[in-house]
Design a protein. Structure first.
Length: 321
């Protein structure tokens, strides 16, 4: 019994049989059930390994998470989970399996045998991108485009995100500002550049560079700044919500009121931003949409279709900080 035989018996095409047996939503539920029952009656099993060998494909994509999980920033955060949700939905619908791994586990067989790679996060100075480029596999990256690179990148418009934060501070009459984020990362660098450009002529910006995106790092940076004599600032733009929340806690411990004395804006607009006290103003990233777009770019790359980098919009969610 071959797939062609089964297709004839069911009165459908071979590709419909293949999709039905892989539970693809491209085939109606009724047709899927009919083909599965017929296959069971005839003792037919889809030989995935044989198909992949014949097509010289594994029909899998490795998703590599660049971030190193730490206590203050676990993998259960919306980033990267929302990206992963969009990626998985799109790839499994197209008949591909997803191999999730970290940068530290690149040498495993499932990763090496993948048809392509999606990298979530570029790393400091883009070192994670260069590591994956050495594999020679099709590659799509979540991050910010880097000058002179032809790597396909999907990301948020980080520069405009920075501009929106600056415009908010200008509206509030804030002029002594702190940018909190590690500008060695391309995305953070873009946020900072947009922020500084938009603040031009409206105030000063002091850059602080925590080496993590955690609550503790934000707390430590602002605490150390508050200890310096003669230091005054009335606004903080943080490169992540966790950094912003840490900054607010440090201000509270010195009895500095937010937003009366210091306004604070975060980045990512995580669920915790809404429930934080006070609710955090933050730049929203459309991460799930980004995951879908990453997967579509990867499918196009693997199928030899023209592909270009693409940026998604951001939205400043104004709350009480």
């Amino acid at each position: 019994m071959t797939m062609e035989d089964l297709a004839k018996m069911a009165g459908v095409s071979k590709i419909t049989v293949s999709r039905a047996l892989r539970d693809s939503p491209l085939v109606t539920v009724e047709t899927r059930e009919k083909i599965r029952q017929l296959a069971e009656q005839q003792g037919y099993r889809l030989n995935v390994s044989a198909r992949n060998l014949r097509m010289r494909r594994s029909y899998s994509v490795a998703v590599v998470v660049e971030m190193t999980p730490v206590k203050g920033r676990p993998m259960s955060d919306p980033y990267p989970l929302e990206l992963l949700g969009g990626i998985t939905q799109e790839l499994t619908t197209a008949g591909y399996s997803v191999v999730l791994t970290s940068k530290q586990l690149m040498d495993t067989a499932p990763v090496q045998g993948a048809d392509g790679m999606i990298l979530l996060g570029q790393g400091s100075h883009g070192e994670a991108v260069r590591t994956l480029q050495k594999t020679g596999l099709p590659l799509v990256v979540w991050g910010a485009p880097e000058p002179g690179s032809d790597t396909i990148v999907v990301g948020s418009d980080n520069r405009k995100g920075g501009v929106s934060a600056a415009q908010r501070f200008i509206e509030q009459g804030r002029s002594k500002l702190v940018f909190l984020g590690d500008v060695d990362h391309a995305e953070v660098q873009e946020r900072c550049a947009g922020f500084i450009d938009a603040m031009n002529g409206h105030g000063t910006v002091h850059i602080m560079r925590p080496k993590a995106f955690t609550f503790e790092a934000g707390f430590d940076c602002i605490s150390s700044l508050l200890k310096k004599k003669g230091t005054s600032f009335d606004g903080v733009f943080a490169a992540s919500d966790l950094l912003a929340m840490g900054a607010i806690r440090a201000l509270a411990e010195k009895n500095m009121r937010v937003p009366e004395q210091v306004s604070v804006i975060g980045y990512d607009d995580t669920p915790g931003a809404v429930s934080f006290v006070p609710p955090l103003t933050s730049v929203h990233q459309y991460l799930r949409d980004g995951g879908v777009l990453l997967a579509r770019k990867m499918l196009d790359l693997m199928n030899g279709n023209p592909v270009a980098s693409e940026m998604l919009p951001t939205t400043l969610m104004v709350r009480q900080t």
